[in-house]
Write a protein that binds this ligand. Structure first.
Ligand code: SF4
Ligand code: SF4
Length: 172
């Protein structure tokens, strides 16, 4: 069973690189100007609310062992309304293919397929939808884009990126 743990970030600052911070107009995959990599935030007491409230999954979930610590794995895990997002440090774009990460990601995809949850790997601007037996390289997925899956039963047999406006117009 998952339990919530009180870990600390320690020498990890990877989310300050891979995550976008709207309040600072900081794009994803670029170090925040306030970050001292490996040491912490230079404006910690005044950091934006979105930084203050952020916690990656490794920080809170003891199912993820020390190997998953982002500074070590080069992977930052978060949840979205669709499932799990795995963000790769763009300096280590193949980190998610190493073990134990690749097998864990595949296992989450298998579990996700039974309950309509997705697992996506984000490498720079590229998004890859991972299923138990396939990868769908979806290219660049923007904030107004949505991933639409083609299902046979619960099995994902296709995936495409469409504009949210097309979905709301009923074109998908
Ligand atoms: S990626 Fe996770 S562990 Fe690393 S600094 Fe951010 S919240 Fe802390
Ligand atoms: S403001 Fe601080 S906590 Fe937020 S991204 Fe920048 S360095 Fe990280």
């Amino acid at each position: 069973m998952t339990s919530f743990v009180k870990r600390t970030c320690g020498d990890c600052t990877l989310c300050c690189k891979v995550m976008a911070i709207e309040a600072l107009a900081k794009p994803a995959n670029a170090w925040c100007r306030h970050c001292k990599p490996g040491r912490g935030c230079a404006i910690y007491a005044e950091r934006p609310a979105e930084c203050e409230s952020f916690a990656c999954l490794w920080l809170v979930n003891d199912l993820l062992d020390e190997r998953w610590k982002p500074s070590r794995s080069k992977l930052v895990l978060t949840t979205s309304e669709d499932g799990i997002e795995v963000r790769c440090d763009p300096g280590f774009p193949d980190a998610w293919r190493k073990q134990p990460f690749a097998d864990d990601i595949r296992a989450w995809a298998a579990e996700g397929e039974t309950c309509d949850m997705t697992v996506v790997v984000i490498v720079g601007q590229r998004v890859v939808l991972v299923t138990p037996d396939r990868e769908f390289d979806l290219g660049v997925v923007g904030p107004d884009d949505r991933i639409v899956r083609e299902l046979e039963g619960t099995k994902v047999v296709g995936a495409a990126v469409v504009k949210e406006s097309e979905i709301s117009r009923g074109e998908w």
